[in-house]
Structures are given as C-alpha cells and as structure tokens.
Write a protein that binds this ligand. Sequence first.
Ligand code: PLP
Length: 398
Amino acid sequence: MVSEKMKPFMENNSAIRAMFEEGKRMAAVYGKENVYDFSLGNPNVPVPAVNEAIQAVLSEEDFNALHGYMSNAGFEDVRQTIADSLNKRFGTAFSQKNVLMTVGAASGLNVILKSILNPGDEVIVFAPYFVEYNGYVRNYDGRVVVVSPDTETFMPKLAEFEEKLSPRTKAVIINNPNNPTGVVYSEDTIRALAGVMEKKQKEYGTTIALISDEPYRELAYGGISVPFVTKYYANSVVCYSYSKSLSVPGERIGYLVIPDEMEESERLLTAAVIANRVLGCVNAPSLIQKVIKYCIEHEVSVDLAAYEKNRNLLYSALMEYGFSCAKPDGAFYMFVKSPVEDEKEFCETAKKHHVLFVPGSSFACPGYVRIAYCVSYEQIERSLSAFREIAREYGLTK
Ligand code: PLP
C-alpha cells in the first residue's frame, strides 16, 4: 500500500526521535532525575503570557470571525502587525501583503519549496544541517546539494559554495542561528553569501532564492544580532516560526516573508498562498494567529537569560573537561567533537552514563554530537559528573 516515494522517508526515520524514545524508556527504568536527556530541541522555558494572551483573545474576539475560514494567507491584521514589527526592528518596509502565515517553519519551508521547485532543481544546504530539509526538497522532486562543513568555525565554506552553485540551483537554505551548531552567521557572512549568489545569478541568467530558516532568530546571546537577510540580498525569503521564541512548537505557527524586491514577488506570493492551500494547511490556525498579534503588541517573549545560563554552565564545564566545540552564540544547541572517530560509539558510551545526545551523522556531519541544552538548569548541574566521567573514560581529563 505504501507509495514508492514514501519508502525512503520511512527508512530514514529520525534518529533524534529514536533517541527521545530511548530517553523515555530509560527514565522509566532508572528514574527521570537519573537520565540526562539532551536529545530533543523541545523548548523548556514556559512563556505564561502566551496563556494570558489566549484567554484575552478568546474573550475579545467574535466567535465566527475568530474560528471561521479566512484568507489562505492568514488574518490581515495579524500579518500587518508582523510587518510593522519587522519594519521597526530591521528598518524594512513590508506590508501585510509580504507576509504569509504558515503552520510553523516546517510548513513555511514546504510552501516556498513547492512554489519554486521544478523536478531536478537543486537546493544547496550547508552541513551540518537540519536533515528534514532532505524530505522537504524531495517532496517536490528537487535535489539537495550539500556544501561540506568547516569544522573549525561551522561557517559556510564560500569557495565550495561557489563551485556547487549551478544553472540548476533554485534555492539556497541557510539556518541562522543554527541547528545543530548554535553558531550565528554574522553580517559579513551573509554579505559574502549574497555576493557569491549575485555573481552566479548574473553568470547563469537565473534567479536563485536565499531561504533563511529562522526559528531561532531571537535566541542569540551576549548581545549578538542576527542579520535580517532581505537587507543584503533581494531574492530572499524569510521563514520564521514562533516554536522556539514563544515555546509553542505544538501550536504550529510561523510566517514567510517575501519582499517586493524579490523577482516576480507578486506571482510568487500568489503561488505561495495557493501552495499553502493545496498542501492541505489551508491557513495557519486562527486562534494562535491572533495570540501572536497580542504577543507582539504586548512584547511577550521567552526568557532568553534561562537558555543563556544553561549554555554558560554546560559550555564552561565541557571545555574544562577537555571536550571541544565551536562557541555556540545562539539557539539552544552545542555541537561537540566526538573524542572517537565514530560518534555513534561516543553516544553509546554516554548512554551508559545515562546521558543522551544525537549523533552528528543525523545532521550530515559525522564525528560530532548535538547536545540540546533546552532542559532545566538543575538537569545540567546533575549531569556534569556524568560528563566528567565520560571525559575521563576517553582520557580527556583526569
Ligand atoms: N528548521 C529548523 C532548523 C529547526 O530546528 C526546526 C525545528 O526544530 C524547524 C525548522 C521546524 O520548526 P517548526 O516547529 O516551526 O516547524
């Protein structure tokens, strides 16, 4: 019964999920407090103001207007509020027509890829990357082309990028701040990427979209700012999600921004709205759209300091124990070098100490592991002796 197209998806079913299930099994055996599960990027810092917003929206909005069908792009007032807020923050000039509400970033990426890809078109990604991109691109018969990782800095390798751009390249996906490395691409990096893409567009006479996947945009620490790509490259599409910045991944809400400067922007916007509908999302969920408007108006956001505190504790401990990793300035991940070549063996060793993290091969970057520190500070504190033991086992520390 299962389709041929679906079979490879089933074979590659996520190692991250498998690890998460393992965590639950171990917690049942050893007790929750004795298992240190760093496998899943599930936000753990509550944002109680979201619940207040839900109540306020429910009491203020008319039933039919709130729960009824709407434009497939989403509520106009919500989109205008988002456009205004972006304009204020980034000096842009969007209006509601540039914004399309989506069912999270996953759906936003599918909507834009469906809107632009022809079979055989290439989409460039930078390893390590969120491997769901493979499935999203394959949905529309595109082909993922991977730029190998710069394991010193985890910044894009520009020379290899330039070589891999081809007349078939339709899009480049970047993810900033990055899952799984936690690094943040600077303004200079974005400018450099844009420069290469502009050069290749001219050379090939094509249009290459820069899709910036930004579910972690607000999660950047120590005052680091995350550049807003539309200011640097005209053919940019921003794919945003509130999953992490409001700790609501289950609510499935985000948006796409398609700027006027984008080639054929009006047709692309129309295509994206139709893609949203024919993919079966129809429109993003209505209640949470209005909640987003309320949250923007009331400046609601997650307590960043909680994640930053986690990062500081874990990063300094891991460095002290002799592990190595590029300093993570954003998101809630660190990408740590495996002390042995096969990082899956490292994961198995850690598991014996009840520490769970995800092998880098799940992000097309073997030899590393991803540690998701979106857990309680207490869990990190309790896990440190286990990390020290693991480091001892590999002779990293005494
Ligand atoms: N892109 C990246 C890099 C992610 O890490 C995630 C989720 O973890 C997504 C997209 C999907 O986000 P959403 O939950 O908004 O669909």
